[in-house]
Design a protein around this ligand. Structure first.
Ligand SMILES: Cc1cc2nc3c(=O)[nH]c(=O)nc-3n(C[C@H](O)[C@H](O)[C@H](O)COP(=O)(O)OP(=O)(O)OC[C@H]3O[C@@H](n4cnc5c(N)ncnc54)[C@H](O)[C@@H]3O)c2cc1C
Length: 436
């Protein structure tokens, strides 16, 4: 039984120090500045890209650092679940990208359109070509709603269609549909794609939250919850899968395995799933659609992806420990776009970015890098409003709790909920500044 720390004690511990959850406290060693005239290009100014730009601009003296990203809004995506639960407004997840980038970094405000790792250049959407000595790909991943026949983001918030992933506004529209559904009852249909995805716990969390609201409103009796899993399990880490399966049974969810959503008919309120027995239709009154995902086209269509892994999804072929490209040693990847077997969470980015910093700076200095990434992935798995399980694991599916003896990973705790609701954003912001 985990020892629950008191509210006051937790907040003092968490908010009084600058590094909070997400792999616990990682004191940043003071490293000497390295003088260099290296040209470094970072593609993507999201969680991983902004954090790395800050760390490299502090660490390097004289480097020419360019970051390429068209997105003017920085999106704190872990907040989308809270917005879609009616607990935060959409503005909770939105800041300006410019707020997070150091002044010494040159920001090109457009998308990267082409990467040529032989010529060591990146070309932008308007045709500007930028040369590099080192390239860090941190372009996140792409939501492919068009791969679900009949689906379009303009449908989110209408006819029972929700989708927490698309944007903070979509998350808010999803909340309105979920709120209505848990008043009226009917069939709630939840699913996840068969591709790699960011925060694989998010589809599970939202199913739990919808169930919780239906219960709180006294309407669970007229509500059916169907969860369509893409494979034979609910979560990739066996011990976590077993726990979630038990909770799903306890909460009375109708779980269908090996169901992959392929089409939606908003008029009929029916979704079609590919299954081993052929296509099957499931009707819904509310659904949270999570689209297939891939690396952004600029990466997927470049020479950088794995040829024999995640085929068609286009994740960057990096060594899982150093995050250095296996064929182009001056190229690195960080965040969701990295082709590694775990780690598509912001918490993972927090651990990947210092590794890329160390390995890249080591290369500049002509020494071996020391930092390695162990696959750390974290998911505060909300099971009801006010309760969560703080799931943390590595490449080997070992549970690696940040607070052993204090926060038990597989227990539904209030303190784990606070990690998600309060501490996560502060940690995330510290990471963006390169301080965590
Ligand atoms: C609903 C939801 C809930 C989540 N919950 C959690 C959670 O509880 N805990 C957790 O740790 N993580 C969570 N995550 C995952 C987390 O948000 C991501 O893993 C994290 O943001 C990844 O960082 P990134 O830098 O790789 O990608 P992003 O932060 O998405 O940034 C990618 C950047 O690349 C840019 N880009 C894309 N294409 C190009 C291009 N062609 N040229 C230039 N730039 C480009 C984009 O504009 C963007 O700014 C959640 C995500 C979602 C959607």
């Amino acid at each position: 039984m985990a020892f629950e720390i008191g509210r006051r004690q937790f907040l003092t511990a968490a908010l009084g120090s600058s590094a909070l959850t997400y792999g616990a406290v990682r004191a940043r060693p003071v490293s000497a500045q390295v003088a260099t005239s290296a040209k470094i290009v970072i593609i993507g100014a999201g969680a991983a890209g902004a954090a790395l730009a800050n760390r490299l601009s502090t660490r390097l003296d004289g480097a020419e650092i360019t970051i390429i990203d068209a997105r003017k809004r920085h999106l704190y995506q872990p907040g989308f679940t809270l917005i879609a639960a009616g607990l935060k407004p959409s503005g909770y997840s939105v800041t300006a990208t410019s707020d997070w980038l150091p002044r010494s970094v040159n920001w090109i405000e457009e998308g990267a359109a082409e990467i040529d790792p032989e010529a060591k250049t990146v070309t932008t959407e308007t045709g500007t070509t930028v040369g590099y000595d080192y390239l860090v790909v941190a372009a996140g991943l792409k939501l492919n709603y068009d791969q679900i026949e009949g689906m379009d983001v303009s449908l989110i918030g209408k006819d029972g269609i929700g989708s927490v992933y698309a944007s903070p506004e979509a998350a808010e529209a999803t909340w309105r549909e979920m709120d209505r559904f848990t008043d009226e009852g009917g069939v709630g249909l939840f699913t996840r794609p068969a591709t790699e995805m960011k925060c694989a716990g998010a589809p599970l969390k939202y199913t739990f939250l919808t169930d919780d609201y239906a219960r709180r409103k006294g309407n669970r009796g007229k509500t059916e919850i169907v969860y369509a899993a893409h494979s034979k399990s609910l979560f990739g880490v066996p011990i976590v899968n077993e726990k979630v399966r038990m909770l799903y049974d306890e909460r009375g969810f109708d779980t269908r395995y090996e169901h992959v959503m392929k089409a939606i008919d908003p008029g009929r309120k029916v979704a079609t799933f590919a299954t081993p027995e052929g296509d099957q239709e499931i009707p819904f009154d509310f659904t949270n659609i999570i689209p297939p995902m891939s690396a952004p086209d600029v990466v997927r269509n470049s020479p950088l992806p794995w040829a024999d892994k995640w085929v068609g999804e286009g994740y960057v072929e990096v060594d899982p420990f150093t995050l250095r490209h296996r064929r182009y040693p001056e190229v690195f990847a960080a965040g969701d776009v990295a082709g590694v077997p775990k780690g598509k969470t912001a918490a993972s980015a927090k651990w990947q970015v210092p590794v890329v910093e160390d390995q890249l700076v080591a290369q500049i200095e002509g020494r071996e890098g020391e930092e390695v990434y162990n696959g750390y992935t974290s998911c505060p798995l909300i099971t009801r409003v006010g309760r969560a399980m703080l799931i943390e694991f590595d490449y080997d599916n070992n549970l690696v709790p940040s607070f052993p003896g204090v926060i038990a990973p597989l227990e539904e705790l209030w303190v784990s909920w606070l990690m998600k609701e309060i501490a996560l954003k502060a940690t995330y912001n510290a990471m963006l500044r390169g301080r965590a």
